[in-house]
Write a protein that binds this ligand. Structure first.
Ligand code: TRP
Ligand code: SF4
Length: 401
């Protein structure tokens, strides 16, 4: 019924690094040629945690968009936009907040996790509690089928499915259908009808797959139902009739987690990253001074790639033959660490050179980027208004004059 749209967002963290490239952007670039894609800057999401430091948001937003473009996100194929420029996201967030129990939000695993982790910020705010629901509004607004995200975001996509289901359950009923379905339920006999209704509610409101399976099995076993009634009840069971909002699916990025220069996860805040616009001299220096297997104190000491942060970089950049060369040379002290690092340096430089060049063109002429985003905002807004028309109507807010 809905077109297979892909949507994903990123909080504006400023210029991006190799971890973003291998973990996210390469995947977006592949998807944009396969599906209609929307990629956006989640600047409101940034405010849910960084409301105390709004100064950085503006610059970070444009730096990030430039890096998307530099990394091959193509505005001819994908729609690029900024969340706060589409005020309908706030409207949908508000309307969804009417139907979402507070407990659902409190139970999202990232809620307590982040509160415990980010102790320097007061995250007992209304906005932070609503973080996943704002994300649901982002996703449901475009009726996205696929949402490419990292593992940490999967609970938010699951949550969004439940919100969509509850919305459709409340507002998606078609006239006539409900009455017929209810009459069919009665034909099952009062005891079974009660159980069936209970299972249905558990599935629709809480997403319990087991309840759905059980209710389906009941229908299969029920002898006295006509074929028409049975099919009606299958539809009724899953929310029946109209589905105003589409349930999305998370598309897990299978890319290896990029390790940083010290062997930990690559992250700007750990100071172990290489940015997409890093100049050649700095890339070279950073890799040359990376720590290696601590057992290789002297050039003649053999090492073990498994204990060396350079090794994961070879996993990303080297073919089988070169990896064999590393293992053989490292374990026999046949090669030195600088020999081992040289091909990685060259591969990173080769990867970054075209990106740096593309980024420079946008830095030289910022109106290019502004125009791309203005165009994306306009296209996104049009799609958003289509959904909002249906949502407003469903919730009694058409107010045709
Ligand atoms: N919460 C996401 C993150 O931190 C960013 C985001 C906001 C998002 N809205 C979204 C991702 C909608 C996918 C879809 O990475
Ligand atoms: Fe690491 Fe390569 Fe040195 Fe072995 S030779 S310790 S893999 S840098």
């Amino acid at each position: 019924m809905f077109e297979t749209r892909v949507l994903s967002g990123m909080r504006p963290t400023g210029s991006l690094h190799l971890g973003h490239y291998h973990g996210v952007l390469k995947n977006w670039a592949r998807l944009q040629s396969e599906y209609p894609c929307l990629f956006f800057v989640a600047d409101w999401h940034a405010l849910t945690t960084d409301y105390g430091a709004p100064e950085a948001i503006e610059k970070n937003t444009w730096d990030m968009v430039i890096d998307w473009l530099a990394a091959g996100i193509d505005p001819q194929q994908a729609i690029l936009f900024i969340q706060s420029q589409i005020p309908e996201h706030a409207e949908l967030h508000l309307l969804l907040s009417m139907i979402v129990p507070v407990g659902w939000l409190e139970r999202v695993p990232t809620y307590k996790d982040q509160q415990e982790k980010l102790t320097d910020k007061d995250l007992s705010t209304y906005g932070f509690l609503g973080y996943p629901l704002l994300q649901s509004a982002d996703i449901l607004m475009y009726r996205a089928k696929f949402v490419p995200v990292g593992e940490d975001q999967v609970p938010h996509v699951e949550f969004t499915r439940e919100v969509a289901r509850r919305f459709n359950h409340l507002y998606g009923r078609e006239p006539g259908f409900e009455d017929k379905a209810r009459a069919a339920v009665k034909k099952m006999g009062s005891k079974k009808a009660r159980l069936f209704n209970e299972l249905r509610t558990r599935f629709l409101e809480k997403g319990e797959q087991q309840a759905l399976d059980k209710a389906r099995a009941m229908l299969d076993e029920q002898q006295n139902l006509s074929r028409g009634d049975r099919e009606r009840l299958y539809g009724h069971l899953e929310g029946g009739g109209k589905k105003i909002l589409a349930e999305p699916e998370a598309l897990l990025t299978e890319a290896p987690r990029m390790v940083g220069l010290d062997g930990q996860k690559m992250s700007k805040s750990y100071g172990n990253s290489i940015s997409l616009r890093e100049d050649a001299g700095s890339v070279e220096k950073k890799i040359r001074t990376m720590p290696t297997d601590p057992a290789r104190v002297k050039r003649t000491d053999p090492g073990n790639p498994e204990k060396c942060p350079v090794w994961p970089l070879h996993q990303v950049y080297s073919d089988q033959a070169r990896k064999q060369w590393v293992v053989a040379g490292c374990t026999s002290a046949g090669i030195g660490c600088l020999d081992c690092k040289q091909p990685v340096i060259e591969a990173v430089l080769a990867e970054l050179a075209p990106m740096r060049k593309r980024a420079q063109a946008y830095l030289d002429d910022p109106t290019l980027v502004k125009n791309i985003v203005a165009d994306g905002n306009e296209k996104a807004r049009k799609l958003a208004l289509e959904t909002m028309r249906d949502v407003r109507e469903a919730m009694g807010l058409s107010h045709v004059q």
